[in-house]
Write a protein that binds this ligand. Structure first.
Ligand SMILES: [Fe+2]
Ligand SMILES: [Fe+2]
Length: 192
């Protein structure tokens, strides 16, 4: 049966790559908040441990445990399968990026100090935050430019199967939309 124009538009919205790009957009916004918080800390403001914990929760609980797992377990294997050897090599690099950014994110948590941070520690926190943001931004850019196009033109029933796998991975976690409420509160506080 041929799809009506409106059905086709709905299908476009729920392709696996469209969902991942939407998650990237939210991730980029939260990285902007992290960088703004880091600039304040570097300039001498009290370390806002509650807000920093909320930001890092997003990266740990959503980016690592939902978004990166969706990529590692679903879209990377699919892209490697349909894209051949070249895509398989890129997938290897992207999976290594996930491990590296996970380590950087965890190294940010060592700055939790009930008695406040010394000037050197403030600078180090801001440097690690900038390194983390730069790596993750570059990683997402490579995914969108090189890997996602391989997985964009897939038949509707295959797209629905992959989206179903995405949903299973995120089923017991806060969704990307759930995090936007927290994100908007943080943007109001940190982004001019
Ligand atoms: Fe990724
Ligand atoms: Fe990604």
């Amino acid at each position: 049966m041929e799809l009506e124009r409106s059905d086709s538009a709905v299908l476009d919205l729920v392709t696996p790559v469209a969902l991942l790009k939407r998650e990237h957009a939210t991730t980029r916004r939260m990285l902007d908040v992290l960088l703004a918080l880091a600039r304040r800390v570097e300039a001498g403001a009290d370390f806002p441990s509650g807000d920093a914990a909320a930001i890092l929760s997003f990266f740990r609980e959503f980016v690592e445990q939902v978004h990166h797992r969706r990529e590692n377990l679903v879209i990377y294997p699919f892209a490697a399968m349909v894209g051949g050897e070249e895509s398989a090599e890129i997938v290897g690099q992207l999976m290594a990026d996930h491990d590296e950014t996970k380590l950087l994110m965890h190294s940010l948590t060592v700055f939790w100090e009930p008695n406040g941070l010394l000037p050197d520690e403030r600078r180090s926190f801001a440097e690690v935050a900038r390194t983390y943001a730069n790596r993750l931004l570059k990683h997402m850019e490579i995914e969108e430019r090189v890997l996602f196009p391989v997985a964009t033109d897939i038949p509707g029933d295959e797209a629905i199967r992959l989206v179903g796998e995405f949903e299973r991975i995120g089923v017991d976690r806060r969704s990307c939309e759930d995090w936007v409420v927290e994100l908007e509160r943080l943007e109001a506080e940190y982004i001019d």
